[in-house]
Design a protein around this ligand. Structure first.
Ligand code: TYD
Ligand code: MG
Length: 451
């Protein structure tokens, strides 16, 4: 009998090779290839339980009412309106960010609609019960199962026939058809594959909790993200109570949709007006603070950017950015130096997004430049002023998407002036309480913002 050959898979990205290598040729990480047994192909079939049959597009049933609300509006929004039957949802995030808390809260609501099974492979049922008591959850339709073997879990599912399922977490369960340790690429992939077949075959909505590696990707193979229908990231700064649930992939709704929560004594509380919360502690009479009207999914979000520019006591000045891409800030500093003629060399520069939020869209450029200039020149920006706009390499201010939504949110919160790209001024309908100042070049901004 031929000896079963083992394979080497990269624990970072899932790349597989017949021989060991020091560096993964796919993701370029060192020392990530680990020897594993290939998945036994005989024994169980990988096909869906019901064989597929060609169907006319018009005849396929796709009623939207199928979505089930999980009682938490912010979670529903991120999922694209609720839980779709048969969907496989992956929730990733750093340890301790609140994934188990969020799912326990959601499942206490879902348990009112049907039988819910919470498989806890990391904590004992007693620990989960203690948490449920703290959260004030009282429901008799929520079942807990402390189990790590996938075969056992599937057996219990067959007996209980639940309507909703959580696996907390996918990295701690294992299937005995493989020799490798729980959490390895092949285990994670195989378990997810089996759970996917079960979810699709039985229409059982399944939530998987996934841990995140140091560099922010879901631990285990990236293929995991391709296998599931929806990937949500739960993120936040451990020092802040705010948590943001972000959809990075969604087969049943729009991505970039976010849900905002606040971690409290009694669990996660929804934040339905995040702008007010993020601006609550804003200093209005200090230099270095600017407000940006950003957009997260379909929701405008007003956030404060804070900059500190101070002369450096070392040869190489520091450049630190929290909540904004580092490279983008270097670029904006270069634009400030070259196109606006502010001399920032020899200055330490710190830029922070208040509230522990992460902003990725280029629309924040204008506000970042304003905050930096304000700190450097020690001049206060009018506290009733909000900015948005992308800045190009020549210092030109470029139009961005959905200006009206941003302006409306700013007006709602009492802002009276808005600096925006001139290109966004065309056919715009804005509330009368807010004055719009369209600009074409970043240098014009400085004349407007300092009063
Ligand atoms: P948890 O849901 O266990 O995180 P994860 O599953 O993502 O690892 O959350 C743990 C953290 O949340 C812990 O640091 C304590 C905090 N927490 C509260 O502040 N209030 C609460 O009511 C609960 C349940 C947790
Ligand atoms: Mg947990």
């Amino acid at each position: 009998m031929a000896r079963q050959k083992s394979i080497f898979s990269c624990q970072q990205c899932g790349f597989q090779s017949p021989k060991w290598m020091g560096r993964c040729p796919d993701c370029q990480q060192w020392n990530t290839l680990v020897e594993e047994q290939p998945i036994a192909t005989s024994g169980h079939s990988r096909a869906l339980p019901q064989p597929g049959k060609p169907q006319k597009l018009a005849e396929v049933n796709s009623s939207e009412e199928d979505r089930l609300s999980c009682g938490i509006a912010e979670l529903n929004r991120t999922l694209g309106g609720g839980v779709v039957p048969g969907s496989l949802i992956l929730i990733g995030g750093d340890p301790g960010i609140g994934k188990s808390t969020l799912l326990l809260q959601a499942f206490s609501e879902l348990a009112k609609k049907g039988t819910a099974l919470y498989v806890t492979a990391e904590e004992s049922t007693r620990q989960v019960k203690l948490r449920a008591d703290r959260l004030g959850i009282k429901t008799d339709q929520l079942y807990l199962l402390a189990e790590t073997s996938l075969e056992q879990i599937r057996q219990r599912i067959k007996e209980l026939n639940p309507d909703f399922l959580v696996i907390d977490s996918i990295q701690t369960i294992f299937t005995s058809s493989l020799d490798s340790a729980p959490g390895s690429v092949s285990q994670v992939r195989e378990c997810t594959g089996q759970l996917m077949i079960q979810a699709k075959g039985e229409g059982l909505p399944t939530f998987l909790v996934g841990h995140v590696t140091k560099d922010g990707a879901i631990a285990g193979p990236r293929v995991l993200e391709h296998m599931v229908d929806t990937v949500l990231y739960f993120e936040g700064d451990p020092g802040h109570p705010y948590r943001i649930l972000r959809a990075v992939k969604n087969r049943f709704g729009s991505t970039n949709e976010i849900g905002v929560f606040e971690m409290q004594e009694q669990g996660l509380r929804e934040v339905s007006n995040p702008s007010e919360l993020f601006l609550a502690e804003r200093p209005t009479q200090s230099a270095g603070s600017a407000v940006v009207a950003s957009l997260e999914g379909s929701r405008p979000l007003l956030v404060e950017l804070q900059a500190l520019v101070s002369s450096s006591s070392f040869g190489t000045p520091q450049r630190t950015a929290i909540g904004i891409d580092h490279k983008r800030i270097s670029l904006l500093i270069a634009i400030l130096e070259k196109k606006i003629e502010l001399s920032l060399s020899g200055q330490d520069i710190f830029l922070n997004v208040a509230g522990g939020v992460r902003l990725d869209e280029p629309a924040i450029d204008l506000a970042a430049i304003a905050a930096l200039a304000s700190s450097h020149l020690n001049r206060i920006i009018n506290p009733q002023l909000v900015l948005f706009g992308e800045i190009g390499l020549t210092g030109e201010v470029r139009a961005i998407s959905q200006p009206e939504l941003r302006i409306k949110e700013a007006a709602r919160l009492g802002f009276t002036q808005c600096v925006l790209p001139k290109g966004n001024m065309k056919n715009i309908e804005a509330p009368e309480t807010i004055r719009l100042s369209g600009i074409k070049h970043a240098s014009e901004a400085l004349d407007i913002i300092f009063d």
